[in-house]
Design a binder for this molecule. Structure first.
Ligand SMILES: C[S@@+](CC[C@H](N)C(=O)[O-])C[C@H]1O[C@@H](n2cnc3c(N)ncnc32)[C@H](O)[C@@H]1O
Length: 283
């Protein structure tokens, strides 16, 4: 059973997307919820429950807030919401305000590397969901010892580890970098092994994010850090990545999940259409 999503990030998106849906045609609150479920249905192929399902109470709050701002009107007899002229203008402004700049993922990775600047150069880093080694190769360049693991569980990622291994060989990276096909939930790595666990654009497609985060915590040494880049949940994330951004974890969900898993000193950085999360395992 998918769970409903709420919180400031979802609300920020809905305040925009309800206007998009109403610009097409008038709809009831229930129809708005159904339409969003349907349009995000492709997310189910990545994770059951990956669709965006908004609770009726949440949608009613959004509709009331937009009515108060005169962005839409309620037609009493039909119960349908209609967008106003002002609503159409505001919707266009929201889209104009955010045109994703190029290379945002690269810039998010740069920020992650900057956070690692003071890390001892012999630190042992695990890159979870490494793919073809997007982060792993950047980290080895900075002198870290890196293990990249990937479950290869998607069509596009079946050969990723092999490609990463071939690149490491071609670059002559020697013993500093290693790639293995493994699921983070069942990786054969020892507990409390890594100074850092990093991840880029991978948490959103993990089948069980709670279990994956538990494993990350287990694999880290005490005082070890987890650094993760993924899509930003919200309007900017949607304008850049479409419905996929809702597979990712929102700021408020991260705060809850990290706390629940025993992480401390949580910091989050919103970097255009990406969110960088930093958290520490206590001593
Ligand atoms: C979108 S790719 C990102 C690859 C790379 N980190 C990047 O930024 O280009 C996400 C990767 O996560 C991997 N993945 C998904 N679930 C995983 C799990 N439970 N354990 C390890 N890797 C996983 C997928 O196989 C896929 O290669």
């Amino acid at each position: 059973m998918p769970r409903t999503r709420s919180g400031p990030s979802i609300r920020e998106f809905l305040e925009y997307y309800v206007l998009v849906l109403l610009a097409e045609k008038s709809r009831t609150t229930r129809e708005l919820i159904q339409e969003i479920k349907q349009r995000s249905a492709d997310n189910r192929s990545y994770r059951p429950g990956g669709i965006l399902w908004v609770a009726t109470a949440e949608m009613s709050k959004i509709v009331s807030a937009l009515c108060e701002r005169s962005l839409l009107e309620l037609d009493g007899p039909s119960g349908k919401c209609q967008i106003t002229w002002h609503g159409r203008r505001v919707r266009r402004q929201m889209e104009r305000q955010y045109q994703p700049p190029p290379e945002t993922k690269e810039r998010a990775a740069e920020k992650m590397l900057a956070l690692l600047e003071s890390a001892p150069s012999d630190s042992h880093v695990l890159d979870v969901g490494t793919g073809e080694g997007f982060l792993a190769f950047k980290l080895v360049e900075r002198g870290f010892r890196v293990l990249g693991i990937d479950s290869g569980s998607h069509d596009y990622s079946k050969d990723s580890i092999q490609k990463a291994q071939e690149r490491a060989l071609a670059q002559g990276e020697g013993g500093s970098i290693e790639f293995r096909r493994a699921d983070v939930r069942a990786s054969g790595e020892c507990d409390h092994t890594f100074d850092y666990v990093v991840s880029s654009q991978a948490m959103h497609c993990m089948a069980d994010q709670r279990k994956c985060l538990k494993s990350v915590h287990r694999l880290l040494k005490p005082r070890g850090k987890f650094l993760c880049i993924d899509f930003l949940v919200g309007r900017k994330g949607f304008l850049a990545h479409g419905w996929h951004c809702f597979l990712a974890i929102s700021r408020e969900e991260w705060a809850e999940l990290l706390l629940e898993n025993g992480f401390v000193d949580v910091c989050m950085y919103e970097l255009d259409d990406y969110l960088l999360v930093e958290a520490q395992k206590p001593a």
